[in-house]
Design a protein around this ligand. Sequence first.
Ligand code: MD3
Ligand code: FE
Length: 202
Amino acid sequence: MSEPTLILRDVAIYKGWLDLGEQAALVTALRDVVARAPLFQPVTPTGRAMSVRMTSAGRYGWISDGQRYRYARHHPDGMAWPPIPEPVLAIWRALVSETRLPDCCLINHYTTEARMGLHQDRDEVDFSWPVLSVSLGDDALFRIGNLTRGGKTDSLWLASGDVVVMGGAARLVYHGIDRIRPGSSSLLRGGGRINLTCRVVM
Ligand code: MD3
Ligand code: FE
């Protein structure tokens, strides 16, 4: 297993883990997923549309049912989620596990205006496995806090090709995306950012 570039609050950060060719191949595979399972805007339990658009690949996908967030076997439009693309699984195998593969690859799409408020990822049943994140496209200002709301936070710019692994003590910390830096990458036509998070759900 390779050494992370840096470790911040138990979050392992691998800067530039993917080269440009690998990033482009990933984008091609993700376009195929999105063609079969379109991006949608989840509605928060308070009834507001999230600014980030999402879809999933894998056995389970993350949805909002209008009351709460949960993992579901089907897209809101009724289709099964497409399989997780092989190049995504290859990153998981290299950095997390060769035996246990993720149940869900959540795909987040950020336009320039999109953001994600501080939250915990706790809709999964099994927290013993890390969450693996892959950034593609424009830079994003990632903020990481604590196991409870409030307290000091650290911020870090994530760039295209960076991979982050949140395991152990980091698995349940509050985190979010404060803003996107428009025009910082030419990977995605039309700009914006894609973030993948691979999760063991059940
Ligand atoms: C730290 N996504 O999808 S990825 C999410 O960039 C989410 O789209 C952000 O937070 C994004 O839930 C951040 C980095 C990340 C993902 C999951 C974590 C950091 C995490 C889970 C626990 C702790
Ligand atoms: Fe999260």
